[in-house]
Structure formats: structure tokens, C-alpha cells
Design a protein around this ligand. Sequence first.
Ligand SMILES: [Fe+2]
Ligand SMILES: [Fe+2]
Length: 224
Amino acid sequence: MIFSQVDNEITEGSYFLVCHGQRVGLLADFMVKAMGWGDDVASSMYIAGRWHDLGKSKIPLELISKSGKLSSKEILLMQMHPIFSGLLVQSKQLPDNIINAVIQHHENFNGTGYPLGLVGEQISVEARILRICDTFDALKEERSYRHAKTDSEAIEIMREENRKGTYDKKLFEVFLDTYKEADSHVQRNCSASSFVVDGFSGRIPVLRNNGQYRRKVNSDSRKI
Ligand SMILES: [Fe+2]
Ligand SMILES: [Fe+2]
């Protein structure tokens, strides 16, 4: 697999995407294993999670890290990132279930998501799992427009979303049963340290290269 090559593509602009992807992949991998779905599905989920936001590397960092309200044009561009991710993942000749999971990771079970507005089981099960794991990790990250949420704050927000039908309810129940153990699994396995990139409070990855860990640091970045 070509993890380091793709990580390098992502890190050209946005270090935080690598660690967010790693964590979402690990959460999804853990959730699938908890359901007894087997290692093949789990490794597909890990890859899909790892690269679900790859398309954000094609969106200007000023827009991703913008703290003010986005214009309708900017929202539309941001909502294109799953398509960009899908095109980039497709260019790596990955299987369709991974490509679909990546393209559909912002689709909501009740049809209110994007980019296609798919409903219910029109959305692949892998994408429905990613939707949950991605939201949890995103809420717990510091963003330019809000502070990081605690675990319990993130879960409360997600319960409210679940009441509105945003998630596949059965999968959300599995997530609630497993997230604490999954999260400690993520903390043990995700190699990252906190950083600020262009004013964006994110993470800097520690990438394995030829068996050794190394740090990639943007010279313009500022340490917290
Ligand atoms: Fe995304
Ligand atoms: Fe994400």
C-alpha cells in the first residue's frame, strides 16, 4: 500500500488531515471488528477513513481555516471535497467500496447530507460508518471557528443529530457501545503531536519512512 506517498500528497497543504484521517480510519476499523465483520472489511474501512478528506488538499487552506461565516460559493466549494477525495482515491486504483465510502462520507441517513443527497440504504454501509466516526473525531478537534469538544459534549451533539435521523440508528448504537474502547485504541495508535498550521490549530503527523519515524514540519508553521 502507498500510505506514505498519499500522506505526502495530503501534507503538501494540510498536516491536520493526515491525523484526522488516521483517527477516523482506526475508529471505523475498530467499530467494524466489534461487529464481527472481519479483517477485510476492517482494512477497507481503515483505508477509506484515512483518505476520506484527501480532497480537502485541493481546497485553498485559507478557506479550510476560515473562522468567519462562509459565503454560499465557499460552502459549495467545501461541499465538493468528497468528490475531490473520490477522484484522488480512484486514481490510486482502490476498490469501489472504498471510493463510494469516501464520496458519500457526508451523506446523511435522512437525506440532508451532501454532495448527492442520498437517503438511507442508498448510502453505502461503509459511508454510514464513516459519517459517525468522522463526526466524532471532527467535534473533538480544535477548529478555526470553534473549540474542541470533550467526549461527552461530542456524544451529546451526536445524540441530538441521531434523533433528527442524521445517522443510521443501528450503527450509531454500535458506536455508542464501542467508542470509549475505540478511542483509547486510537490514542494508542495514532502518531501525532499538536501543531498550528497557518493559524489553523491542527496536528502534525509523525510519518513512518523506511522503518523510521520522522516529522514533517512546514517552515511557516507555528508551534502551540
Ligand atoms: Fe469530510
Ligand atoms: Fe473528516
